[in-house]
Design a protein around this ligand. Structure first.
Ligand code: ZN
Ligand code: ZN
Length: 688
């Protein structure tokens, strides 16, 4: 073992001097962090006038968990260039995480002396004083930090964290509400808010907050448990606390000539009420209705079983492996083992699922759902009622585009989304598709693409579908893999970097910045400043895109981290978490979890996102800092992250930015995110 290391080290030294971005950078991307640091240090030795290689070495050492060595390299870097505020600030953070508070404070103060407005140094000082229990100073610096990063939900969260430590409950509550206003998906902020409400005896409010946690983190253990605990204490019915979204009248939009122009397109099957893996949820009870009335027939027999009058809600339940249909009085209209078809009595009609509180599937729980086309219902052994929406491709897209992007976004970005969503249908339909076993082409969640049906439709997105009717993205004449994600965080990731994503020549890495501008991949030092800062990017688009989708942070307690990781991997008490392999985009593609009993390496995108804390990380684009007590024990983990989603293909927020900031049209947007592809128009051939 030792000999191999020596040989490796020898090779590294042999190859110096390294060109910038050369060998040490490759070692860093590969996750050979100590070797990368050694190579950067070798560069530093060869170029005694520059500080940069030492700063890079320090960041590699930090990532490897060697904070003391990292701090030493930064001190050496400051001997070469004593005027860099950021180096002082990062030195301060290394010291802070090692519980050297006086050393940290002096470094942060120097950073601010050099550059007055330094958000990260202000946060650092606040954190130092918080750990020293100096309430006034901690809050003073947090306020300064808040003024410098006003849109960042992390600020209010840290503020709240401190208020709680100082037993300032009212202030903590306000700060948490503010954090959640900026980032409704901020589970780590919602849980303590619910806790505060529960302690104050506001059980309805507490219950509501836990309910909302489950919206973003289904199955969250604490939220699920607490909801049960609170149930007996509620003074209102759950439906009163959380009024469901009801569809009480047909969809009204400004008159659309566009829709009339659509020609009929191929019918597809969409699984409704599906979960993360694209499988159907457990539907035991469903309410169905229609403004036009419904005809209920057997799929194979064609036999008419019932006519549901307009506006009447009928119950469908799963009983002993059968689908049972009842009218509002409870009269049973049949117990079925096969497929039932529910068709609106008029061709343009729709089927509505009534948000019955009895339904266990979260999909139908909080909101009525309305679907064009028709619905098939069937029993799924042991799981409940299967629901499939059979709908023409173009009409399906009317419900997809507004579920995927905001209808008020710049119009050309909506058109780009429509083309991608349509291409996705072709890809998913090919060879029966990945949901062949489940009996549909696409699921209705993020697994394939979000589809919330007709009630989501909006004029702008409908026009975008009609304007691009039949257009798909192709590569060498064939449908391209049109991956897209909510927000890349500033860099697009190449598909070949991620385990199991294949290597498509048009799914490349590039900065998500103004078209025509060039930027090299970030070295370890620049990455640190970039991920903890607020850099320009197409998807950094205040007013249109939530700041919390572009940059986010979490602080996770050691107790919670150890509990969560040990649910999946029995590694014992967590001692360290080390991101290993990174894409040039900065995304972490393998990560080492070091435990008291053993270490494991996690290298799948969804596993990396799911394992750190109780609600999954928005993305794999993050930096993690381990905060320790003086005795070396872990206090908590600070995770600074960017973006939402896998960062491959089109960045939806970035597309909005390209259209809105630079006037790029949808063809330009698609060319930007999928270089080398083209647009082709398909003709729909009607199938029987
Ligand atoms: Zn799917
Ligand atoms: Zn982006």
């Amino acid at each position: 073992m030792r000999r191999i290391n020596l040989i490796l080290l020898f090779l590294v030294f042999q190859s110096r001097p390294c060109p910038a971005g050369g060998d040490p950078y490759r070692l860093y991307l590969r996750g050979d962090l100590s070797a990368a640091a050694a190579a950067y240090e070798a560069e530093a030795a060869a170029a005694p006038a520059t500080a940069r290689p030492l700063m890079n070495a320090a960041m590699c050492l930090k990532q490897a968990g060697r904070y003391r060595d990292a701090a030493q390299d930064l001190v050496k870097a400051l001997e070469r260039d004593p005027h860099d505020a950021d180096v002082y600030s990062e030195l301060g953070w290394l010291r802070f995480h090692m519980a050297d508070y006086s050393g940290a404070a002096s470094a942060f103060e120097t950073a601010i002396r050099i550059r007055e407005l330094h958000p990260r140094a202000e946060l650092g000082l606040a954190s130092v004083y918080a750990n020293l229990d100096d309430k006034a100073k901690a809050l003073d610096h947090l306020e300064k930090y808040r003024r410098l990063r006003p849109d960042f939900a992390g600020v209010d969260y840290i503020l709240a964290w401190n208020y709680m430590n100082f037993n300032m409950r009212k202030e903590a509550e306000e700060a948490l509400i503010e954090a959640l206003r900026k980032d409704p998906s901020f589970t780590e902020a919602r849980l303590p808010l619910a806790g505060i409400y529960a302690r104050e005896g506001k059980f309805n409010e507490a219950w509501n907050q836990y309910y909302r946690v489950l919206d973003y983190a289904p199955g969250h253990p604490i939220a699920s448990k607490m909801m049960k605990v609170l149930e007996g204490k509620l003074t209102k019915q759950p439906e009163e606390i959380r009024p469901p979204f009801r569809i009480t009248k047909p969809l009204e939009m400004a008159p659309l000539d566009a829709l009339a122009k659509l020609s009929s397109s191929v019918k597809i099957r969409v699984g409704i009420g599906t979960g993360r893996t694209g499988k159907q949820g457990f539907n035991n009870v469903l309410g169905v209705k229609s403004f036009e009335g419904l005809l209920v027939t057997g799929k194979t027999s064609g036999k008419l079983y019932a006519r549901i009058p307009p506006d009447e809600v009928w119950r469908v339940s799963y009983e002993d492996g059968r689908v049972v249909l009842r009218d509002p009085k409870g009269t049973v209209y049949g117990r079925f083992t096969g497929h039932l078809v529910l068709k609106p009595a008029k061709p343009d009609g729709s089927v509505i699922f009534d948000a019955t509180p009895k339904c266990r599937n979260p999909w139908f729980r909080g909101a009525d759902r309305q679907y064009r086309g028709y619905i098939e219902l069937y029993p799924v052994e042991g799981r409940g009622i299967g629901v499939v929406n059979v709908v023409e491709t173009e009409l399906y897209l009317l419900g997809v585009v507004p579920s995927e992007v905001a209808p008020q976004w710049p119009y050309e970005s909506l058109k780009a989304q429509a083309v991608l969503a349509r291409t996705q249908v072709l890809i998913r339909r090919a060879r029966g598709g990945i949901h062949k076993k489940e009996g549909y082409h696409l699921c209705d969640g993020e697994h394939c693409q979000a589809y919330r049906g007709e009630s989501r439709e909006a004029n702008t997105t409908t026009n975008a579908v009609v304007d691009t009717e039949g257009e798909i993205l192709t590569y060498h004449g064939r449908p391209a893999y049109t991956f897209y994600h909510s927000n890349c965080g500033g860099w697009i990731q190449a598909s070949k970097e991620v385990n199991g994503w294949g290597d498509s020549p048009y799914l490349v890495t590039k900065p998500d910045i103004a078209p025509g501008k060039h930027e090299d991949p970030l070295d370890p030092w620049d990455f640190q400043l970039w991920i903890t800062g607020n850099p320009p990017a197409n998807c950094n688009y205040p007013g249109r895109v939530r700041a919390s989708e572009f940059r986010w942070m979490k602080i996770i307690r050691q107790k919670d981290m150890t509990f969560r990781i040990n649910r999946d991997y029995g590694i014992g008490e967590v001692l360290d978490i080390v991101p290993l392999r990174r894409s040039p985009s900065g995304n972490v593609n393998s990560m080492k979890l070091v435990g008291k009993k053993k270490s494991v390496v996690v290298d799948r995108e969804h596993l990396i996102r799911n394992i750190l804390g109780f609600s999954s990380l928005k993305s794999t684009l993050f930096e993690i800092e381990v905060n320790r007590f003086r005795n070396g024990k872990v206090r908590n983990y600070w995770i600074y992250g960017g973006g939402w989603g896998h960062a491959i293909g089109m960045c939806q927020s970035g597309a909005a930015g390209l259209a809105g900031k630079y006037g790029v049209d949808y063809r330009g947007i698609l060319e930007f995110y999928f270089p080398g592809t083209g647009i082709r128009r398909i003709k729909y051939v009607r199938k029987k």
